[in-house]
Design a protein around this ligand. Structure first.
Ligand SMILES: [Cu+2]
Length: 203
């Protein structure tokens, strides 16, 4: 029994310093690194970074993503960059007296433990002074800027025009395909439309 306990301890302690030092190294060498569409910047995790196709002459486009604050302090998304835009603002779309309106925010707070989603119809990045529009399937370089965590380079993947999620959901679905396999795409689901057909009348 003692021997088992010691072995378990040894395994734990052998493992822990390695994990710590590699985390520490990552912190020093490159505070931000990318792993399969998930970005980390300090204690922020950033995922599902996307944009939508626009007409060629469109003056603006939207930027969408999810930010999870795994730390103990609040931070704020204060801006960003988009290779094809003159500047980037943080916006909110909300109903005011029954009318959908967009307004610029001075920053979007990400509370400790919170997960904030920027998506069509809600919070979003607005790419101003857009040049040349956005085509579905493109990956366009950009960056996010946080008040405390600083700047991180990201890539915005363009979904179809009018899409309501990065995997399409409306508008033109060209290409993308191949979503199977990645596992763990929680949610988005509803790809196989709820057992089709069901003629509502039946119930
Ligand atoms: Cu906007």
């Amino acid at each position: 029994m003692n021997r088992f306990f010691l072995a378990a301890c040894a395994a734990f302690f052998a493992c822990a310093p390695a994990a710590l030092s590699s985390a520490a190294r990552a912190q020093q060498a490159a505070p931000a690194h990318r792993h399969e569409g998930v970005y980390r910047l300090g204690s922020l995790r950033i995922e599902a970074v996307w944009t939508r196709a626009t007409p060629r002459a469109a003056p603006v486009a939207g930027g969408y993503l999810r930010i999870v604050n795994e730390g103990r302090e609040a931070d704020r998304l204060v801006g960003g960059e988009f290779a094809r835009a003159g500047r980037v603002e943080v916006h909110e779309m909300a109903q005011e007296n029954g009318v959908m309106r967009m307004r610029q925010l001075q920053g979007l707070e990400i509370a400790p433990g919170a997960s904030v989603e920027l998506r069509p119809g809600g919070f979003h990045l607005m790419f101003m002074e857009l040049q040349g529009g956005v085509t579905a399937g493109e990956k366009i370089a950009g960056a996010l800027v946080f008040e405390k965590a600083g700047r991180i380079a990201v890539e915005f993947e363009a979904a179809g025009m009018g899409a309501s999620s990065p995997s399409g959901g409306g508008g033109s679905h060209e290409g993308h395909g191949a979503h199977e396999g990645h596992g763990t795409h929680e949610g988005h689901g509803t790809h196989e439309g709820h057992g089709g057909g069901g003629r509502h009348g039946r119930h």
